[in-house]
Design a protein around this ligand. Structure first.
Ligand code: PMP
Ligand code: GLN
Length: 394
């Protein structure tokens, strides 16, 4: 038999799917894959329901329904002061996952270099490699996740096509500071390259930090594409509605790719997302405040149990070092890594997390696990209670 494409044949099933399946099998509390356990805002869902019945369900325009493109442009202006022409500078995709694929395949020529900051979201590398890009990885490591200036500069070269930046960052829960963004922007200008910014967690950011799109820095408007996701902004991860904003010369080739990947996205979900983006400030404030409360609840539980909890500035995720738990209790004598620990916790404690090593290409730190806190209080409490029992603190 002939073989399939070697990148996808060898990449394995995504860690999120693997751990979610294991969680179902063992009926564990799933704090692995990042999905809220509510059902999203009632009014946004009701809007989608009504649009399904009352509005056309045939192919919408390839770039996205006008209402949503206008809403994305208005959202950019409202939150960040970014002016964008909704007709030429906004593109709707089937989730940020598709948006990433379209940006990569729409912009990369084989041999181009792309700068990435590790740990990174699991879809980035396979798609980049399939497009023939050469990844240039810069590493940040827990618990401080500091961006090393020298390595960052060394990752750029005359072959750099773009940097793929994720802020707020999954799984590090790091929000890049203005100074870090300024350094990145200066390198993009110096090496005359683009930036593709995965900003799906733009509204899930804590402790009063602002979200600063790289696009708003001097000289970046013409070289940056930024993406958002209705999945995250409306706690509806199954919807898969993503949106890109960027200059026409970048959106155009990306849209050419999109037209041959999905071509469009379900029109009622697009319309409901447009409605959602127009919600009042209280909605966006409460989204972040609610997630922050959940972060605090889970963090307090993990600290009580004895994990070494890492700072969490945004996203759905908090990481924890399990080494402090190795001295006694059920982990005494355990010398496995984070992957083995996540399996063990699922089977023996009834709680599922994600190994942080899954977000590194090689030589990953092996003693951090990532928990999702985008959950109801009962879910978080039940996970904490199970772990407290398991680790013998109750
Ligand atoms: N980027 C990051 C960093 C993510 O965590 C996610 C979440 N799945 C995505 C992209 C994909 O978003 P979507 O569900 O809209 O495809
Ligand atoms: N973004 C989600 C996470 O990091 C997972 C999305 C997926 O399963 N593809 O948990």
């Amino acid at each position: 038999m002939r073989s399939a494409n070697s990148i996808f044949a060898n990449v394995g099933t995504s860690i999120f799917e693997v751990m979610s399946r294991l969680a179902i099998e063992h009926k564990s509390v799933n704090l692995g894959q990042g999905f809220p356990d509510g059902n999203g805002p009632d009014d946004v869902r009701a809007f989608a329901h009504k649009a399904l019945d009352d509005r056309p369900n045939q192919y919408p325009p390839m770039m996205g329904v006008p209402e949503l493109r206008q809403a994305v442009a208005a959202h950019n202006k409202r939150f960040y002061g970014i002016e964008a022409d909704w007709q030429t500078e906004v593109l709707v995709t089937s989730g940020a996952t598709e948006a990433l694929n379209d940006c990569i395949n729409g912009l990369v020529e084989p041999g181009d270099e792309v700068v990435l900051i590790e740990p990174l979201y699991d879809s980035y590398l396979p798609i980049l490699k399939r497009a023939g890009a050469v990844p240039r990885l810069v590493r940040i490591a827990p618990p401080k996740w500091e961006l090393p200036e020298e390595q960052l500069r060394a990752a750029f070269s005359p072959k750099t096509k773009f940097i793929l930046l994720n802020t707020p960052m999954n799984p590090a829960a790091k929000v890049f500071t203005r100074e870090e963004l300024a350094r990145i922007a200066a390198l993009c200008r110096e090496f005359d390259c683009f930036a593709v910014c995965d900003e799906v967690y733009e509204h899930i950011i804590f402790d009063g930090r602002p979200h600063v799109p790289l696009m708003t820095l001097p000289g970046m408007r013409e070289r940056t594409i930024r993406m958002g996701s209705a999945g995250k902004t409306f706690s509806l991860t199954g919807w898969k509605v993503g949106y890109l904003t960027g200059p026409r010369h970048l959106i155009e080739p990306v849209a050419r790719c999109h037209q041959f990947v999905t071509f469009t996205t379900p029109p009622n979900l697009q319309r409901a997302t447009a409605y959602g983006l127009g919600k009042d400030d209280a909605y966006f404030h409460d989204l972040a405040a609610g997630m922050q409360r959940s972060r605090d609840r889970l963090r307090a539980g993990l600290e009580r149990i004895g994990f070494g909890v890492v700072d969490c500035q945004g996203t759905y995720f908090i990481s924890a070092d399990f080494r402090p738990l190795l001295a006694k209790g059920p982990l005494r004598g355990f010398n496995g890594d984070d992957v083995e620990l996540c399996k063990k916790l699922t089977v023996e404690a009834g709680v599922t997390a994600i190994p942080v090593s899954a977000f590194y290409q090689s030589d990953a730190p092996r003693h951090f696990i990532r928990f999702s806190f985008c959950k109801k209080d009962e879910t978080l409490d039940s996970a904490i209670e199970r772990m407290e029992k398991y680790f013998g603190r109750v």
